[in-house]
Ligand binder design. Structure first.
Ligand code: 5AD
Ligand code: SF4
Length: 455
């Protein structure tokens, strides 16, 4: 496995990387670092000493893009102060805006999500008068042969991309336009990467894809679907936890659910974005499932794995959303009682089906008040869900020292709940049993009931 090289060479060019957006982007930055490391670059977390500043961007909502535009001002100052510094915008925003980013005059390099192998060439060819751009999307690129250089620093939990792109056409979503068509990665390369991580002390891998349930590798010796891949990775060692994200309600199969149940080390947590509880909205969003279908999948998951954590994504104020549609979302939340949720106001993305077909007609103040109601309800549900865990004991994989208290550690339960507890001589990478004594809506607070020698 590659690691961040020690700084043997003080003169080596330094790259500073900022990452926005999803876990997939975090992993992409690790792929980019791997490619640049082969070119002699060394990672720095100090922008002032970098000769190359890269921003790995997200386009999912307008505010994600606005943050990057704000950062470009900072980078312009760097370029004024230190002529020769190169600024590159990579990722989804690069793909969406292309040469519009070059017009800002603060950017030297623009590279889309499938162009990271081109970065060394783009860097070599760039001059003050000729910025470089590669935003070609590929049908094949999965970076399967590139070993990401881990930037997580905890050495316990790592992301592995198992596929790229997305073939769904959710009407609100920019991802199919920025990340192109769906392609699955060779399972052997995934297993090899997970094995190497395990050999290097990692104890958890998260398998990432926009829609993991449609993972499919067509190989000479047969096909591997997502349930098959899960079993392959889980088979590496019972000491290696396996997580995955994101599941699509229309595609999550009984096979995946039963494979999860079969392996103790496949974590009992599913992130299952519902987006809305209204069938009219789901139809307009082109999610290809109904409220009833979603509730059936949840019932199935819970009948097979009663303790399975469930989280979701919700969009408030999609095009034409009525008060009744909004109430349907609240009632679905009441029915399911998610453990936690990511909640957003609808943000129109240019070029998407929704932007072309439906007016973004829910007034901003209505979007905000609906979102606030959703957030308040979820807060109550999260607290309720965590409250049910008080008094129970969970196996927790220690990820590191708590941010609030250096004498405490934190980790997660199989259901993906964050748990903090006094360190008691344990360290990152240990499995410990934690008895939950109290909670907030975001955290379980407990004490370790495992002896120091792990018994
Ligand atoms: N506006 C608001 N939220 C969005 N998401 C995706 N596109 C948009 C948009 N245009 C949310 C969805 C998705 C999550 C990653 O981001 O809930 O599941
Ligand atoms: Fe990730 Fe989607 Fe944002 Fe791209 S647009 S970085 S795929 S969340």
């Amino acid at each position: 496995m590659k690691n961040i090289r020690p700084r043997q060479d003080e003169n080596a060019p330094k790259v500073y990387i900022e990452t926005y957006g999803c876990q997939m982007n975090v992993n992409d930055s690790e792929v980019i670092l791997s490619i640049l490391q082969d070119e002699g670059y060394v990672l720095t977390d100090n922008m002032d000493e970098a000769s190359l500043i890269l921003v790995n961007t997200c386009s999912i909502r307008d505010n994600a893009e606005q943050r990057v535009w704000g950062r470009l001002e900072q980078f312009r100052l760097q370029k004024n102060r230190r002529p020769g510094v190169l600024v590159g915008i990579v990722g989804c925003m690069a793909e969406r805006l292309k040469d519009k980013l070059l017009d800002s005059h603060a950017v030297d390099i623009v590279a889309g999500p499938d162009s990271y192998r081109m970065l060394p060439g783009l860097i070599r060819n760039v001059t003050p008068d000729s910025p470089q751009m590669d935003v070609a999307l590929s049908h094949e690129e999965t970076y399967a042969d590139i070993t990401p250089v881990r930037m997580d620093r905890n050495g316990v939990s790592a992301y592995i991309s198992i596929m790229r792109g997305c073939n769904n056409v959710c009407s609100y979503c920019i991802v199919p336009y920025t990340r192109g068509v769906e392609r699955s990665r060779d399972p052997q390369t995934i297993v090899r990467e997970a094995e190497e991580l395990f050999a290097n002390g990692y104890r958890e891998v998260s398998l990432l894809g926009q829609n993991v349930d449609s993972y499919l590798w067509k190989g000479a010796s047969g096909n591997v679907d997502f349930a098959g891949l899960l079993a392959m990775v889980a088979g590496i060692s019972p000491e290696l936890r396996v997580r995955f994200s994101t599941s699509h309600p229309k595609d999550i199969s009984d096979d995946v659910i039963s494979t999860m149940a079969e392996y103790d080390n496949i974590c009992k947590h599913i992130h299952l974005p519902v987006q809305s509880g209204s069938n009219a909205m789901l139809e307009k969003m082109r999610r290809k499932y109904s409220r009833e279908w979603y509730l059936e999948r949840v019932a199935k998951i819970r009948s097979v794995m009663p303790e399975c954590g469930l989280s979701t994504d919700i969009i408030a104020g999609f095009c034409g959303e009525t008060q009744q549609d909004h109430l349907d979302t609240l009632s679905l939340m009441e029915e399911v009682k998610f453990d936690y949720a990511f909640m957003f106001q609808y943000s129109e993305r240019p070029g998407t089906l929704a932007a072309r077909k439906y007016p973004d007609d829910v007034p901003a103040d209505v979007k905000t008040s609906r979102l606030n109601e959703i957030i308040a309800l979820q807060g109550r549900h999260s607290l309720e869900s965590n409250g049910k865990d008080v008094g129970k004991t969970f196996r927790v994989l220690v990820e590191g020292t708590s941010k609030r208290n250096a004498d405490e550690l934190f980790g997660r339960t199989t259901a993906n709940k964050v748990c903090v507890f006094p360190a008691g001589g344990h360290k990152a990478g240990d499995y410990v049993d934690v008895k939950v004594l109290s909670c907030t809506s975001a955290t379980l607070i407990g004490e370790c009931v495992t002896a120091r020698d792990g018994r």
